[in-house]
Design a protein around this ligand. Structure first.
Ligand SMILES: *Cc1c(COP(=O)(O)O)cnc(C)c1O
Length: 489
């Protein structure tokens, strides 16, 4: 099985090489030329543990790592970090729909599903490819990715991670989540400036760095090793519905996904291409509705205002993984993808051919919801079903009500974060406006709803602050070199 670049089909590499490289040299993303079905029979789908199921789905996408290696990676990556080792991603009924809870991991965000596994996949790929150096991950974060990367990489063999965050630019809770992170192979540093300053500094460091002891990579990059673990939970959700007697094996189901960078929903599309019986995907956006516009008109136009919303992880103008969808929907037309991406870069927009748009519309519905709709939906869902959803998940719920008439079969909503990660915004939904401190907001929300605060967030208050460094953006390269030297010893 070979991977190629979305922008150049001359490129042919293995999955393990794609994981190590992250991004193709031409700026494209790595994609499998052909998507294979996983080796899972109907009986196995219903009987296998989540670990075994995940390993088999991974093996269909990363076929040059053997099944035993992948199973060990999955076991070691997730074990002891989730609320329930045997059921990492519970499926719960809410009204007439189902919610797939992807946030029961170490940082209470769905990014844990990918970032707990990525370091193990990198280490296994490095061994497979005979890479001798350890991998050092450098990441700038505006909040959620940084902590999920730290928790995922802490203690992982042959990998180090350094996370840079903007000083004063993340929430109280997000900062505490990062600076209390334990582990000999992790490092966190504040940067004076905003997220762009930190990100630019990290990108510059990639160019300037001379550290021979490590090969450099990023947890931000659109690595196939970040996508593959997300494909697996679509299979798990399907199996749970069959086991619960809610559907028969073979029935089509729909998924509603709160979308930002288009990674989560694309993983579902890959699951469908692998043969999982899926009807439609609903792509839900907040007020930054560039994807809704694209999926309705075929025009992707990033020349538009950027809004800060109550669902910050979906505040985005360029959804990188859409490039992979266009590759698949155009039948692997890398010339087309390359020219569209050049248009985006040079003119700020592109338009896909009509045939590609109708291909996409076979699989995708879309819609958007603003903050007011989001808050109303949080309150309504709690009042009617006594079920608490975070602002990102609420956008998905709100969009579902708008498109429901176009769906047949059962529908699963992907829930991407614990409500407690966004406690001040949640309180607004319940009509309370004036809680300043993150912990006070969590306690108030707990009082109002009775829903338990996730342990990892409640414990933050007592954790020791381990990372106190703060530097200027132009000191990032030197900082990394110093850190690399201390790790080499
Ligand atoms: C990252 C994130 C999303 C968006 O997921 P994509 O894969 O980028 O589309 C949605 N919700 C939350 C809570 C997130 O952290």
């Amino acid at each position: 099985m070979q991977y190629t670049s979305t922008r150049n089909n001359i490129v042919k590499i293995t999955a393990a090489q794609a994981i190590l490289r992250g991004l193709a040299p031409d700026g494209g993303l790595y994609v499998p030329e052909k998507i294979k079905s996983p080796d899972i029979s109907e009986q196995q789908l219903l009987r296998l543990s989540q670990t075994e199921l995940t390993a088999r789905v991974l093996h269909a996408l990363i076929d040059d790592l053997d099944l035993e290696t992948l199973e060990r990676a999955v076991k070691d990556g997730y074990r002891g970090k989730f609320e329930n080792d045997d059921n990492l991603t519970p499926l719960v009924k809410c009204g007439k729909d189902y919610v797939l809870e992807l946030y029961r991991g170490p940082t209470s965000a769905f990014k844990d599903m990918a970032l707990c596994l990525l370091p193990r996949l990198i280490a296994a790929s490095a061994e497979k490819c005979g890479a001798e150096r350890d991998t050092m991950i450098l990441t700038a974060t505006s909040g959620d990715t940084g902590k999920a990367a730290l928790a995922g990489f802490a203690g992982a063999p042959k990998t180090k991670v350094i996370v840079f965050y903007p000083d004063g630019g993340v929430s109280d809770i997000q900062r505490l989540q990062m600076v209390t992170q334990q582990g000999d192979n992790v490092c966190v540093c504040a940067v004076r400036g905003n997220f762009d300053d930190a990100q630019t500094g990290v990108k510059r460091a990639f160019g300037e760095l001379k550290c021979d002891g490590f090969s450099l990579s990023s947890a931000n990059s659109i690595n196939i090793g970040r996508l593959a673990p997300q494909v697996a939970y679509y299979f798990k959700a399907y199996a749970d519905l069959v086991k619960a007697g809610e559907i028969k094996y073979g029935d089509l189901i729909n998924f509603v996904v709160p979308t930002g960078n288009f990674g989560n929903i694309l993983a579902g599309y890959i699951a469908k291409k692998m043969g999982l019986p899926i009807g439609k995907f609903v792509c839900a956006s907040n007020r930054n509705d560039v994807l809704t516009q694209f999926l309705s008109t075929g025009v992707y136009d990033k020349r538009r205002p950027f809004y800060l919303t109550a669902s910050p992880s979906m505040d985005i103008l360029v959804s990188s993984n859409l490039e992979r969808l266009i590759y698949f929907a155009s039948g692997g037309d890398t010339h087309l993808v390359a020219s569209l991406m050049a248009d985006l870069n040079e003119k700020g927009f592109y338009k896909v051919p009509g045939a590609v748009l109708s291909e996409i519309k076979n699989d995708f519905l879309c819609g958007s919801a603003d903050d007011e709709e989001c808050f109303k939906t949080i309150k309504k869902t709690f009042d009617e079903n006594h079920y608490l959803i975070d602002p990102h998940t609420s956008v998905a719920f709100a969009v579902l009500t708008k498109v429901r008439g176009n769906l047949t079969g059962k529908t699963v909503i992907l829930s991407t974060a614990s409500a407690y990660k966004f406690a001040p915004a949640m309180l607004k939904a319940f009509g309370i406006d004036s809680v300043s401190d993150g912990f006070a907001a969590m306690e108030k929300l707990n009082e109002l709803t009775g829903v338990p605060i996730p342990k990892n967030l409640a414990l933050l208050r007592e954790m020791e602050i381990l990372h106190k460094d703060i530097i200027n953006p132009d000191e990032i390269t030197e900082y990394v070199e110093r850190k690399a030297k201390s790790w080499e010893k």
